[in-house]
Ligand binder design. Sequence first.
Ligand SMILES: [Mg+2]
Length: 278
Amino acid sequence: MDFAPAAPSLHRTAPPAVAGREPWVPPELSLVCLDIDDTLIDCTAAIRRSLAVLTGRDDLWPLWDLITEEHVALVVAGKLGYDVMHHRRTGCFLAELGILADADQVGAFEARRREILARSWRLFDDVLPCLDWLRAAGLRLAAVTNASGVHQRRKIADLGLAPYFDHVAIAGEIGVAKPDPVMFRSVCLAMDCPPERAVHVGDKLDTDAIGAFGAGLGAVWLDRDGTSRTGERAPDGVHTVAGLGELPELLVSEYATVGVPAPRTAGTPAARLRGGMF
Ligand SMILES: [Mg+2]
């Protein structure tokens, strides 16, 4: 994977010049927000594995994902707490399989599933090089996730991600979730950063990218599965990358100060560090 800085090229979204108007000036960037599940952590693979171990079947991920979406929507709407949701989701999943489990059996299945998950979390290969690049570029980082607090903080800590982030925003802790613009703006507020100087990167087009765009942030859809090549497309103004290895070039292309060498004799430590990279 090549993280060397590249010349601005493919992604710049400067509008065409119009006579009498000021030329487009690329914005400044201070903050990069990153989703966690299936953006940094290969969550789908871990859940697939846990379901396969527990049921002996490897085709149940779509059912689990559908049931999860329905139950997370109830949490976001304030109708369920996360702990209750986890139990009900598992009960609903078992019922869909024709297994009528009582509360203790559902609890045992969920506990076993979490044990397997805890051993299965993995970062995608492009995560740490990208986070290192972003930090070295002097950017502040925030994790922005719709998951619940306890489990998500454990994952972040266990995988060594915590030192990279200046701020962690977890929907289950703050009572609002992506794509609600309040979620994105609360992160910007906590980081004392105007939305237009922040960008959010995530794997869900609606929840992450379009939600962030609607809140006034820069928006990047991380399309690891190549969906944009076969069907779903990001709307104008929302960028698409196939992996985090493409993110540095995109940010260098789109933002004024990312990747701009700083004078060697002046500037902040972060700016000097940035200058030393190129
Ligand atoms: Mg995600």
